[in-house]
Design a protein around this ligand. Structure first.
Ligand SMILES: Nc1ncnc2c1ncn2[C@@H]1O[C@H](COP(=O)(O)OP(=O)(O)OP(=O)(O)O)[C@@H](O)[C@H]1O
Length: 607
């Protein structure tokens, strides 16, 4: 019985009397020419040697030992244009076949539902995003030979099938992070990208991965190890719900491209995930814990990984996750930096985490879009002084007011963040008892309960969701009109991610925080952050900020949430150009005379 997708294909081929052969995604689902069934395999065989030449030898050379990685990475490292296909080549070099990966055995589910009239949808001109909100967004890139940004999806040669899915998603224009990150990634460069919450980072890392796999650049034959999956791309995220969301998005982008996306996360039965993996996987989206489990069971090998993306990368590399991530990335069989392509994305990137992250990257480009590490101007932020004992009645007042003035419409959703799991249960109960339909999500709930809570919230059945930080990052829930920080977090970056659950994709939102003496340590950074985002800072908060003993802002005097730490170290060392002539650009893609200084007359796009 075939145990993996590749095995199935091999079995089919041998049953047909042909040679068993791995078929790369871009060749899958081609209508099989009746007289020449082995044609795809033959044409593929030609590209195998090319791919192997580029990575320095046979597939076997990937096994064991980190220093056997001979050749340079495909398209990679510093030329700035190699491997990129920008400039409207009109789809040259692309396989134009359409159709899913089912090959008659398994039908690919249409993630867009039944309505597949893409042109019609395109004409609805639902951009889903208010691009005016991004008109003046500052952008900063640093690194050697940074590939230039694009203005439209048409300028990027992503391939017909992916372009069609972009239209199906009704993405008319790339968001700023997509304009910059996609060409950088298509050029084979490693990337550390920092962009505001809700600004389209998921597509920014998914498009280049899917496009690269579609090109079949990395289609070497997987070793024949029974029941072991060999993904080409790995996308790691910190929570199960976020992994599911990325999986759903990636499946849309990959629809009918022949690229197979599978998700693996904890709390859900592993057997179904194993079956999915056995059917074949090109892109594996996973949470670290479940992935380690799969690696230990020898059901997944990372030796063919060509793309590694860490979403919420700063969270993935902080104390909680770092050992697991190092284990996966450095101690298993994954190709090292320089051979694989690594992309790190988040809305926040503290310098100490950037330093750690550099271990995973090779000659990378740092990209910062917006006042990164800051909140977006689209969110109106309010902070109110509320004693611990008054919080519940205060919340009720807010909810009543919201209901009474209908400010956000009938389906407006409110997300309430609390510190502890017990606190979440208690508040949910209290709200329900008091006539407010609420549900809760936190780490002590079963995965089924967590998913049910999210569904019920998204559908508006229970328009109030009480959550711990498990829901703080990445979740893209439409119609969240109000985020309430019932308990403020200890870290300002967590605050940024929490309030980022509203005000997404160019829409506006409201965030209210309850502040009291227990939050003194956050006063300074909160006040700085609000100032950066042009919010009204109450006088009492400014006084707390001044008094605050621990109130050392991480934001460098309230200016920037995140900039390339390599620059800062060069500045503090008094070196003017850390890169020795590398490209440092600022502003809107125009080469910038950064000159390593903030002296008079030098204007950074951040100022
Ligand atoms: N080019 C585009 N045009 C229109 N809508 C877009 C575009 N790109 C992304 N979106 C939409 O914007 C929303 C936010 O995208 P996404 O979830 O990727 O944001 P994010 O930057 O990852 O946010 P977070 O930092 O919170 O994880 C999604 O609903 C997505 O479908």
């Amino acid at each position: 019985m075939p145990t993996s997708w590749a095995d199935s294909v091999a079995a089919e081929n041998s049953a047909a009397g042909g040679r068993s052969a791995y078929v790369p995604p871009h060749l899958r689902n081609r209508p099989a020419p009746s007289s020449t069934p082995s044609a795809p395999a033959a044409s593929y065989a030609g590209s195998v040697s090319t791919a192997n030449d580029r990575i320095g030898g046979q597939v076997d050379s990937f096994q064991g030992g980190g220093n056997r990685w001979g050749g340079p990475r495909l398209g990679g490292g510093g030329s700035g244009s190699s491997g990129a296909s920008i400039g409207g080549r009109g789809g040259s070099g692309w396989n134009t076949r359409s159709g899913g990966w089912g090959r008659g055995r398994e039908r690919e589910v249409n993630p867009f539902g039944d309505d597949d009239s893409t042109e019609e949808m395109f004409q609805q001109e639902n951009t889903g995003i208010n691009f005016d909100a991004y008109e003046d967004i500052p952008v900063e890139t640093s690194g050697e030979n940074v590939p230039p940004p694009v203005n439209t999806f048409a300028e990027i040669d992503l391939g017909d099938a992916l372009n069609q899915n972009i239209r199906r998603c009704k993405y008319v224009k790339p968001t700023p992070v997509q304009r910059y990150a996609i060409p950088i990634s298509l050029a084979g460069r490693d990337l550390m990208a920092c962009a505001q919450t809700g600004s389209g980072k998921t597509a920014a890392f998914c498009f280049p991965i899917i496009s690269g796999i579609m090109r079949g650049q990395h289609g070497q034959r997987p070793p024949r190890v029974p029941r072991m999956a060999f993904p080409l791309a790995l996308i790691l995220s910190p929570t199960r719900e976020l992994s599911c969301q990325i999986h759903d998005e990636a499946k849309k982008f990959a629809y009918q491209t022949g690229v197979r996306v599978v998700v693996a996360y904890g709390g859900a039965p592993i057997n179904q995930q194993l079956r999915d993996l056995e059917r074949g996987v090109d892109i594996l989206v996973a949470t670290p814990g479940r992935l380690v489990d799969l690696l230990e069971r020898a059901r997944v090998s990372l030796q063919l990984i060509r793309y590694l993306a860490l979403d919420e990368a700063d969270r993935m590399l902080d104390m909680g996750f770092e050992p697991q991530i190092r284990r996966i990335v450095e101690q298993m069989d994954m190709p090292p930096p320089g051979v694989r392509q690594t992309m790190l994305f988040s809305a926040t990137f503290p310098k100490e985490i950037q330093r750690l992250a550099a271990d995973f990257l090779s000659s990378y480009v740092f990209l910062a879009v917006g006042r990164v590490g800051s909140s977006t101007d689209l969110i109106v932020q309010r902070v109110e002084y509320v004693h611990e004992s008054d919080k519940r009645s205060h919340l009720m007042d807010l909810l009543h007011a919201q209901r009474a003035n209908g400010a956000h419409g009938k389906q407006a959703l409110t997300l309430v963040f609390v510190e502890t799991k017990k606190g979440a249960d208690a508040l949910e109960h209290w709200l329900c008892v008091n006539g407010f339909p609420a549900t809760a999500i936190h780490g002590d709930r079963t995965q089924q309960e967590r998913e049910q809570a999210l569904r019920s919230f998204k559908s508006g059945n229970t328009p109030i969701l009480v959550a711990t930080d498990v829901a703080a990052r990445g979740l893209d829930i439409p119609h969240v009109a109000h985020v309430v920080n019932f308990d403020l977090p200890n870290d300002i970056d967590d605050y940024v991610h929490r309030i980022g659950r509203t005000g997404r994709a160019g829409k506006t939102g409201l965030a209210t925080a309850f502040f009291n003496d227990n939050n003194t340590s956050l006063a300074r950074s909160l006040s700085d952050l609000m100032q950066e985002a042009n919010q009204e800072v109450p006088a009492w908060l400014s006084r707390f900020a001044v008094r605050s003993v621990h109130g050392k802002s991480r934001r460098g005097g309230g200016r920037f949430g995140s900039r390339d730490f390599r620059r800062e170290s060069s500045l503090t060392r008094g070196v003017t150009d850390y890169y020795g002539g590398g490209n440092l650009s600022s502003g809107y893609g125009a080469p910038g005379g950064y000159a390593g200084s903030y002296g008079p007359g030098v204007t950074s796009a951040w100022d």
